[in-house]
Write a protein that binds this ligand. Structure first.
Ligand code: UDX
Length: 442
């Protein structure tokens, strides 16, 4: 008699439309697919991820909306996400209704910034779960910022002082955004902190990295919180890059000496002033170190000359190599790479820690500031460069990490952390067990 195949249970995943959010959501999708679930990915037209061969097992559906394409750029991430939420609430509900005609849905997992999903899902009484793609500490900081704002509008705060019970976070490290007013950030954060009917929160972090923030969240939210990261180490990460990765930098790295290169990348939306880029180039030059630098198209503002000309001007030495976008995980895993100059986005932070690569931290906005503080003061594998970016500061930081004994010590600590992270995703590791516990609830 023909054996009836067990039906795979379907999960609907809703990533936020940004590279740093799509990557961990797709890594989670892959982990859950490997555990036997069918996956539907619901995305908007913004930063649309093309289903590549790596993702061909997933169903992709589009959440209809009528926002102009220019909104993503013109509004800045905060205001854009608030507008997107208002626009998508009804259309997402209709989309879910259509999906439910064909099949049951075991759970809807949504990025913390796609909070409109919670209200839409509630009508169908579906299980829903929040995926936090930022750190547990960033989640806590958003809570704290909302509370402080409610108390006195954040007016009296002394920027340099530590936030009580949140060591090493100072008031100035709270996740305000250079793209939005405090009011706008707080409005967004209130929504991302609202658990509503969510049955749990899964976080792309590791228990041992931020135990106190994890416990704080567990108490405050009063629903299960599962630290299941680093997701890119838990599965072989699918290719989810929105920009084309320039593989030639790997060939260039192959020609460099072991542990001799500093990799520089500021993530998917950080901007730099032309002046800063030139100071950086000059500091790198005088440090005498080899460097691989990612300069995204459109990421240099205030340029009087074209980006192309600027780059030509900067690479006057064969010690440097510049690309528009790199296969970052491969770069960080390369034996020639000794250090990472980063904006400290959470994915970049986890990817660097996962390869035992110490960092120079130059946070730009939001959660990156808190990540930088943890790298420098808690895990002690980073050096933060604060204030105006000048040639001498660049040179000094690069030498501290690449040449000095201090850098050697950081490298040793980073390698030891790497082992802890590797263990966490292996059988019986904390993240591995956490993911299993989460799956049992589905
Ligand atoms: C922002 C926030 O700062 C971050 O903390 C939040 O979690 C997501 O949004 P972003 O600027 O995208 O992040 O940085 P990051 O989180 O580091 O993510 C960037 C991703 O792009 C990483 O996965 C990185 O590997 C990838 N990348 C970056 C490349 O593949 N190639 C590159 O050249 C640069």
């Amino acid at each position: 008699m023909e054996k009836k195949l067990a039906r795979r249970r379907r999960l609907v995943l809703v990533p936020a439309p940004a590279q740093g959010h799509i990557n961990p959501m797709m890594q989670l999708a892959k982990a859950l697919h490997l555990k036997g679930f069918s996956i539907t990915v619901a995305q908007t037209k913004f930063n649309y991820l093309n289903p590549s061969s790596d993702l061909s097992d997933f169903q992709f559906v589009t959440i209809p909306e009528n926002l102009p394409v220019s909104d993503l750029k013109n509004l800045g991430p905060g205001r854009f996400l608030i507008k997107l939420a208002k626009e998508c609430y009804v259309s997402f509900k209709e989309l879910l209704g259509q999906l439910l005609v064909n099949e049951e849905i075991a759970c809807v997992i949504y990025d913390e910034f796609m909070y409109f999903v919670e209200a839409a899902v509630e009508e169908f009484k579906l299980r829903n779960v929040i995926l936090s793609t930022t750190s547990a500490t960033a989640f806590v900081c958003r809570f704290v910022m909302c509370k402080l704002y409610a108390k006195d509008g954040l007016a009296q705060l002394k920027e340099e002082e530590l936030v009580p019970e949140l060591y090493p976070i100072r008031y100035k490290d709270l996740p305000s955004s250079v793209f939005a007013s405090v009011e706008c950030s707080v409005e967004l954060f209130k929504n991302t902190c609202y658990k509503g009917t969510a049955s749990s929160v899964i976080i792309n972090t590791v228990r041992c990295l931020e135990i106190s923030s994890f416990e704080w969240l567990q108490r405050e939210l009063d629903i299960p919180v599962y630290p299941i990261g680093p997701l890119h180490m838990a599965v072989s990460a699918p290719r989810t890059s929105l920009l084309e990765e320039n593989e030639s930098c790997i060939e260039w790295l192959n020609k460099q000496k072991p542990s001799s290169v500093i990799y520089i990348s500021l993530g998917s939306f950080t901007m730099m002033e032309t002046k800063e880029v030139l100071e950086m180039a000059s500091g790198l030059d005088s440090s005498n170190q080899h460097f691989l630098w990612v300069i995204r198209p459109g990421s240099v503002s205030g340029s009087e000359i074209s980006e192309e000309e600027l780059l030509k001007k900067m690479v006057t030495t064969d010690r440097g190599y510049i690309v528009k976008w790199a296969p970052q995980k491969q770069v960080l895993a390369h034996s020639a790479v000794r250090a990472f100059w980063s904006h400290c986005g959470w994915n970049s932070t986890l990817e660097s820690l996962g390869e035992g690569v110490p960092m120079i931290c130059r946070p730009f906005t939001t959660d990156q500031k808190g990540n930088a503080r943890y790298l420098e003061c808690v895990w002690k594998v980073g050096i933060q460069v604060e204030g105006k970016l000048e040639r001498s500061a660049v040179e000094k930081a690069v030498k501290r990490l690449m040449v000095d004994e201090e850098g050697e010590e950081m490298k040793r600590r980073a390698l030891s952390l790497k082992e802890k992270l590797k263990d966490s995703v292996l059988a019986q590791g904390s993240s591995h067990n956490s993911l299993d516990d989460f799956i049992k609830t589905l």
